[in-house]
Design a binder for this molecule. Structure first.
Ligand code: HEC
Length: 689
């Protein structure tokens, strides 16, 4: 089917498709073979109309070219291809341009992100990609700058600081260009910031609008009526902990409606008890917001998790489609957020059409379609005891993009099963620029048996029928945290896996048509493009991101190490696969630390407060950053200098001398050694303070 050129052509194309399940993304694309936008088109369907590679010949796929980024940290970017040039981002917000056919490097841009930013990162030094429009490449940097580069040379055209530098905001998301405006959100809800979305003039870098997602200090006045309304759903002195609601990933655009859609994140702190006197919906946390593209005004909202207490972000992929529902063609917005329900909304009005669980959900029995609200299970908000629910904070689906095939009518979701254990920290005190989740991290010591946080976790590629609200097929994986998906007109779905494979399935029924072992785990989503006569499928392969660095046993189960490569496949490609990095040493160093059981317990507390976000819960490394259980004797000898004085700060290992002292370091050393095989293990009872 030809791509539609304008609103009426789009409508016409939809009518022609009558009898088919759906209409294609009608947003204009640049060149027919390009991948011009983050989600292929403005509708973010991640569907490639190319069909040279199909269900019959996918077995002939091989590497056409590769690029080694020389990094051992996560790659999350979706590349963009325009006019034969592939643009992508690496670690530390670097931008790279390649000849999309030969792989020749054209240029590179390093925004020189100050490495101290690592201290306020939740989720690795990742970036999810650039936007390209009218000869300019846009990137948002970890330290909150939005930059425009010349697409031909990589020269910096303008740079705008989009976040207040003194507050713990960061950016990992990809900007989107919406009718000449560059739209970008930010991250930092866990640390204590107030979320917002901004739009900048693509040509000049001038800020055009900014829309906050949660209310600020009422004494300073509410910016808009929408924010004043939201403030009535918050209680206590919520603005002192920032509130959260950061829009750190999903953005979609409907040019005909003139609406830009963003998803908002969790509250800060996570627990509503600590945030809002355990009352109120706390608008607009965990919500889908429809904003007028001209001025950012809120047109409608839908809150997926009222009064969020579980880090149930609704920042996950927003995908627009036109579906035939109950005999009517509906313009819908689809989302499978962390909380485990698959939402179908009317994207003009925000009306909820359906919300079916797409994973095991125990925190709520169902979503009441009359009120649009989830019906919570009893006890899920308990603050006086640990609460174990599914999904957990990693979500039944996280940022890893899903895709939609208008041919099959199915959505392909990188889904996962992961429980979450929530214990409100009775001693919580807000610490500026710290991870203020308000969770009692000691829970990791009290979990029987050790490592139970990893138990019951798995992943799968889920083929979901959004009209019927049910699963059609799934491809199971032993581990969670698998990559985003790509659907193509060749009746294929591509996905990279956490355990280091790149796979193509038949889109209609999930039969595996191609599989290859790759050097590292994949979290990013593939794309497809054509140059000349050749169709390519490209994916950023680099194990990393929040799950890989923080999830401990659950991430280590992937059994991979990080290594950053761009892998580009074509039929009969004959370039050899890069080698996997050697396995990490798994030996506990012969080091004795003078520490009591109580010291080990306090070491665990400190470790989980300051280190687990990068080195993994339970001191189990997920294959990205050093696994401290196995640090060598030489590292133990300079542990204090590394941790307190920042001896490795230039490599992204922050200094903690302002919040920890030599005794803390000794206790942390004792704790990580106790966690190594052959170590003393933890003695939670003796360690309880
Ligand atoms: C923002 C992420 C981050 C946090 C938080 C973090 N680290 Fe690190 N750490 C790193 C990185 C990155 C490296 C690797 C540096 C390099 O390449 O040598 C590292 C390396 C180390 C090393 C050297 C290990 C080796 O085998 O070479 C030690 C020791 C260490 N960290 C201890 C800690 C402790 C203790 C804490 C908490 C107080 C902590 N780190 C918190 C990112 C982090």
């Amino acid at each position: 089917m030809a791509r539609a050129a304008g609103p009426f052509a789009a409508l016409f194309a939809c009518l022609l498709a009558w009898g088919g399940p759906a209409c294609r993304d009608a947003a204009p694309a640049a060149g027919a073979g390009d991948w011009p936008r983050h989600g292929q088109g403005a509708f973010e369907q991640r569907f490639s109309p190319l069909a040279q590679i199909d269900e019959h010949n996918a077995g002939r796929l091989g590497l056409a070219w590769t690029h080694d980024f020389g990094t051992r940290r996560g790659l999350e970017a979706t590349p963009i291809v325009v006019d034969g040039v592939l643009y992508t981002t690496g670690t530390w917000s670097t931008v790279h341009a390649f000849d999309a056919a030969s792989g020749a490097k054209l240029w590179q841009h390093d925004p020189q992100v100050p490495r101290e930013i690592a201290r306020i990162l939740c989720c690795d030094v990742v970036n999810r990609g650039v936007a390209v429009d009218a000869g300019r490449v846009f990137v948002a940097t970890l330290d909150g700058r939005l930059q425009a580069l010349d697409a031909g040379t990589g020269a910096l055209l303008w740079s705008a600081q989009t976040t207040p530098a003194e507050q713990p905001y960061t950016i990992t998301g990809a900007p989107r260009v919406v009718s000449g405006r560059v739209v970008i959100g930010n991250s930092g809800a866990d640390l204590g910031v107030r979320g917002y979305v901004s739009a900048y003039d693509a040509e000049t870098g001038e800020r055009l609008w900014r829309t906050y997602t949660v209310p600020g200090d009422p004494a300073k006045g509410h910016e808009t009526p929408a924010i004043a309304r939201a403030a009535r759903t918050w209680h206590g002195r919520y603005w002192e902990t920032g509130g959260g609601g950061t829009a750190w990933d999903a953005i979609a655009h409907d040019p005909e409606l003139g609406l830009v859609y963003v998803g908002t994140g969790n509250g800060g702190p996570w627990s509503r008890v600590l945030r809002s006197e355990d009352r109120g919906d706390n608008l607009y946390l965990s919500s889908i917001l429809a904003l007028r593209e001209d001025d950012g005004a809120l047109v409608w909202y839908y809150q997926t998790t009222p009064g969020d207490a579980w880090d149930f972000t609704a920042t996950q992929h927003l995908l627009l489609a036109d579906l035939e529902i109950a005999g009517r063609s509906r313009a819908v917005l689809l989302q499978a957020p962390k909380n485990g329900f698959f939402y179908v909304l009317d994207r003009a009005t925000g009306e909820l059409l359906s919300a079916e669980p797409f994973a095991e959900v125990t925190w709520a029995s169902h979503v009441d379609l009359a009120t649009g609200r989830p019906v919570e299970a009893p006890g899920v908000r308990a603050a006086d005891r640990p609460v174990l629910i599914k999904p957990g904070s990693a979500g039944a689906h996280n940022w890893h993009p899903m895709s939609f095939s208008p041919d099959t009518g199915l959505v392909y979701v990188p889904a996962q099963e992961l429980p979450g254990l929530y214990t409100v920290d009775p001693d919580f005190a807000f610490v500026p620029r710290a991870h203020n989740t308000g969770l009692d991290m000691k829970m990791y010591r009290s979990l029987p048996p050790p490592g139970a946080a990893a138990a019951g976790t798995s992943g799968h590629l889920l083929a979901w029928d959004p009209v019927a609200g049910r699963e059609v097929w799934r491809a199971p994986y032993a581990v969670a945290g698998n990559g985003g998906t790509l659907a193509t007109a060749g009746n294929l779905v591509f996905q990279g896996t956490a355990d280091g494979r790149f796979v193509a399935y038949r889109a209609t029924d999930g039969e595996k048509r191609f599989e290859v072992t790759v050097p590292t785990g994949i979290v990013a989503a593939p794309i497809s493009y054509r140059v000349g006569e050749t169709q390519y499928v490209a994916v950023m392969a680099g194990w990393g991101g929040s799950f890989a660095v923080a999830a401990g046993d659950a991430a280590a189960a992937a059994g991979v190490r990080s290594a950053g490569h761009l892998l580009v496949f074509a039929l009969d490609g004959d370039v050899s696969m890069p080698e996997a990095p050697p396995p990490r040493p798994g030996q506990r160093a012969d080091v004795a630390i003078d520490a009591s059981a109580e010291d080990v317990g306090r070491g665990s507390d400190r470790y989980h407060q300051w280190c687990a976000v990068c080195h993994g819960v339970g001191a189990v490394g997920g294959g990205v950053l050093p696994d401290l259980r196995f640090a060598r004797a030489a590292v133990h000898a300079e542990f204090a200098e590394i941790v307190l004085e920042g001896r490795r700060a230039a490599l992204g290992m922050p200094a903690f001398g302002d919040v920890l002292d030599a005794d803390d370091v000794r206790r942390i050393q004792a704790y990580v050694l106790s966690r190594a095989p052959g170590g003393a293990g933890e003695k939670p009872d003796a360690a309880s303070p």
